[in-house]
Design a protein around this ligand. Structure first.
Ligand SMILES: NC(=O)c1ccc[n+]([C@@H]2O[C@H](COP(=O)([O-])OP(=O)(O)OC[C@H]3O[C@@H](n4cnc5c(N)ncnc54)[C@H](OP(=O)(O)O)[C@@H]3O)[C@@H](O)[C@H]2O)c1
Length: 342
């Protein structure tokens, strides 16, 4: 196998951990002696060992069997080894310490804390470094991570379920499933991809939602964010499923401009907004939203339904263009992106 093939293997194996490594990027690392794979390592869980460290640990088990000294090995890793001491040690220093003499990197890390610095540590310690094999694939598989560091903001998606006549819910808040089972299942998968889910007072109080990702595979569950001035924690709060599991961040103000930088500081690369028409429209009016997903049902809610959009603030007027549209069960999933991104 050549380096390109090995890089592709590391990228595709790393992909298996995209729901558990987030908000960290998925990373794969493979140690080779000539053409033979000696060991592999992946960043499997957020806060746990990085891929390079796992590859080194696994290689140590083969030492004096398949190889004698790390200087015989070449390390292939999908993303630049980190230079900073975060939750785990610096991978660049760990690589140097083993005596590995050649490292092939897919993409430079877009995180300014690391970008180029990991490579510098390796080069300063006489490690030969090559960069760029399948760098676009590495960026693509870590879309939210790259987006966050390049744009200095989380990737923000607004998701709504709409009736055929453009309504969100009934004015008397009678519980209604706007969309069918398959679309609701798709929402669970969508939630699993995001680092946080954000909602507002009325959705919390009227729907009493869980807002977690109910999927049949392991997930680092999205954190929950509540924007509400009127809600206060009381005796009933502990019985509300929204407050079960992951920590809830409660912003006791309505200022979206303040929420975004705090989420960035909290390592959130992606946020899914799941709220009613008031908070949804407030977000769409800002320049923060990158994507809008509408699950559109065949069902009408009629005159007593509350509209998502007033006539003059249709999605197109917010600067969104339809990118794709396909059927999910009986419903339609429409994905809109900001015009300039197309
Ligand atoms: N069909 C769907 O996909 C879907 C999804 C979610 C919800 N819903 C429905 O939507 C209904 C609620 O909709 P809604 O529009 O009345 O409420 P909402 O958007 O869920 O919440 C609005 C509240 O959020 C708080 N808020 C915080 N920051 C805000 C900001 N910048 N702009 C606006 N509000 C902000 C305010 O409460 P404070 O005054 O406390 O600050 C505001 O009254 C629910 O009954 C639910 O059934 C439908």
């Amino acid at each position: 196998m050549n380096y390109e093939e090995i890089m592709l293997r590391a990228i595709s194996e790393a992909e298996k951990y995209k729901y558990t490594a987030k908000p960290n990027p998925v990373v794969g690392a493979i140690l080779l002696k000539n053409e033979e794979i000696i060991s592999e390592g992946y960043h499997k869980n957020y806060g746990k060992n990085h891929a390079e460290i796992n590859a080194i640990i696994n290689a140590n088990r083969q030492k004096n069997k398949k190889f004698n000294d790390f200087s015989e090995l070449t390390l292939i890793c999908t993303l630049e080894p980190c230079s900073h001491i975060g939750k785990t040690g610096s991978c660049a220093h760990a690589i140097v310490k083993t005596g590995i003499k050649k490292v092939i990197i897919g993409s430079i890390d877009p995180n300014p804390k690391v970008s180029g610095k990991g490579i510098q540590i390796l080069k300063e310690n006489n490690v030969q470094v090559d960069v760029g094999i399948h760098k676009d694939l590495v960026a693509k598989q870590n879309k939210f991570f790259f987006y966050r560091h390049i744009n200095n903001k989380p990737y923000i998606t607004v998701k709504i379920a709409s009736s055929l006549d453009g309504k969100s819910h009934y004015e008397n808040h009678e519980r209604v499933f706007v969309t069918g089972d398959k679309a609701r299942l798709d929402v669970q998968l969508l939630r699993a991809k995001y680092d946080a889910i954000l909602t507002g007072t009325n959705t919390l109080l009227n729907d009493n939602p869980r807002m977690n990702a109910r999927v049949n595979f392991p997930v680092n569950q999205p954190e929950k964010i509540l924007m509400s001035t009127s809600f206060s924690f009381g005796a009933n709060t502990s019985e509300m499923p929204f407050f079960e599991g992951k920590r809830v961040t409660h912003f006791q103000h309505n200022d979206i401009d303040c929420v975004i930088p705090i989420m960035l500081e909290n390592d959130k690369c992606s946020i899914l907004i799941e709220a009613g028409p008031k908070l949804t429209n407030a977000f769409l009016k800002t320049n923060y939203v990158d994507e809008l997903i509408i699950y559109k049902s065949q069902k009408k809610l009629g005159k007593t339904g509350i509209s998502w959009f007033k006539e003059d603030n249709a999605v197109e007027n917010y600067g969104f263009k339809l990118e794709s549209s396909y059927k999910i069960g009986t419903d339609l999933k429409e994905i809109y992106k900001k015009d300039e991104e197309k």
